[in-house]
Design a protein around this ligand. Structure first.
Ligand SMILES: Nc1nc2c(c(=O)[nH]1)N=C([C@H](O)[C@H](O)COP(=O)(O)OP(=O)(O)OP(=O)(O)O)CN2
Ligand SMILES: [Zn+2]
Length: 118
């Protein structure tokens, strides 16, 4: 079964590799919504796949690195597209969440991406 927890990050970014004049080449901000998905069996005693609190605990250092930051200044996020952000979060979380199955990044109400690992 797959479970998830959603986190909210306020951050600024600009995209360095877009064509000249593209609006995303200018510094701007988003209220990013990030879903962390975990896939595994339900523990028969506890009745859950993983305590949601464990997902939150794993995400806390990631939140510290991203929230109220300029993402371009975060090592590894020099080109902070949704795709690169999702992949970056995956690699940050995977060591502490071995059942990690998916990262969903919503950059705006209408745009985002789903990353299921390499
Ligand atoms: N594949 C990607 N395309 C774009 C990304 C991205 O990360 N991956 N990022 C951007 C910009 O950061 C932009 O802020 C978000 O794009 P967009 O959805 O075009 O934003 P709008 O608010 O203008 O969207 P509406 O069409 O008004 O809903 C651009 N592209
Ligand atoms: Zn943007």
């Amino acid at each position: 079964m797959e479970i998830f927890k959603e986190f909210h990050i306020e951050a600024a970014h600009w995209l360095p590799n877009v064509p000249a004049g593209h609006k995303c080449g200018r510094m701007h901000g988003h209220s990013f919504r990030i879903e962390v998905h975990i896939n595994g069996p339900i523990d028969s005693q506890l009745g859950w796949v993983l305590d949601f609190a464990e997902i939150k605990e794993a995400f806390t250092p990631v939140e510290e690195k991203l929230d109220h930051r300029c993402l371009n200044e975060v090592p590894g996020l020099e080109n902070p597209t949704s795709e690169n952000l999702a992949r970056w979060i995956w690699h940050e979380l995977r060591p502490s969440l071995p059942l990690l199955s998916k990262i969903i990044v919503r950059e705006t109400c209408t745009s985002g991406c789903v990353y299921s690992g390499d």
